[in-house]
Design a protein around this ligand. Structure first.
Ligand code: CO
Length: 216
């Protein structure tokens, strides 16, 4: 209980600090939100979305789940994507994975019987099986994990591009670009995986190029 009281104290101190620096800050946010970015990231506490790109409240719409997955039957994720694209009209969707992801490691270790999460991890295992050939010469477990973290970002970015929401938006001529990034917990830096898709026509080529650059 003491821990929660300390959180509430921190909250009050934060709100006072923000107001002191910008007296109109909260008042502005009450009228509307107009973020330019949708962030799809991992739930991992070490990768707090706004903080790692130094954005304020109101500047980024966020969806997080275990291992930053975009699953075509996940109504939670799809609802966020639809609202972000059709109502907020975000200009950029960023799928950001991270090295050292526990979800990726669990999928690699192939340890079943952890309960409900096994079904979620199956989607990551699908990514592994799809690209199994890339892993044959890698014996180092950390390198395997890093590669699967990167491949997972590529595949989840591809999944976003294949949603009806993005297809419809691009058909309407709406400007929205999908990006794939990976964050390194060791130094706090983001690496761009060179996936930047702003139209369905160039998707396949960008996807193939991204895979080739991962092989190096
Ligand atoms: Co993670």
């Amino acid at each position: 209980m003491n821990n929660l009281i300390s959180l509430q104290k921190k909250n009050r101190a934060w709100a006072e600090r923000v107001t002191a620096e910008d007296p109109d800050f909260f008042n502005r946010l009450t009228t509307r939100q107009a973020p330019e970015y949708l962030w799809i990231g991992c739930s991992d506490s070490r990768v707090p979305a706004n903080q790692v790109v130094d954005l304020l409240p109101g500047e980024m719409f966020v969806h997080r789940n275990v291992a930053n997955m975009v699953i075509h039957t996940d109504l939670n994720c799809l609802t966020v994507v639809q609202y972000a694209v059709e109502v907020l009209k975000v200009k950029h969707i960023i799928v950001c994975g991270h090295y050292g992801c526990g979800g990726i490691s669990a999928a690699l270790q192939n340890q079943n019987r952890q309960g409900l999460i096994d079904n979620w991890l199956c989607h990551i295992k699908d990514v592994y099986w799809k690209h199994e050939g890339l892993f044959t010469d890698i014996t180092d477990e950390k390198k395997k994990s890093n590669l699967l973290c990167e491949l997972n970002v590529v595949e989840q970015t591809a999944n976003i591009c294949r949603t009806t929401v993005l297809g419809d938006a691009w058909d309407r001529g709406q400007k929205v670009c999908v990006h794939g990034w990976i964050y390194d917990i060791i130094d706090g830096l983001i690496c761009d995986l060179n996936i930047n898709v702003d139209a369905p026509g160039n998707f396949q080529e960008i996807y193939q190029q991204a895979l080739i650059s991962l092989k190096k």
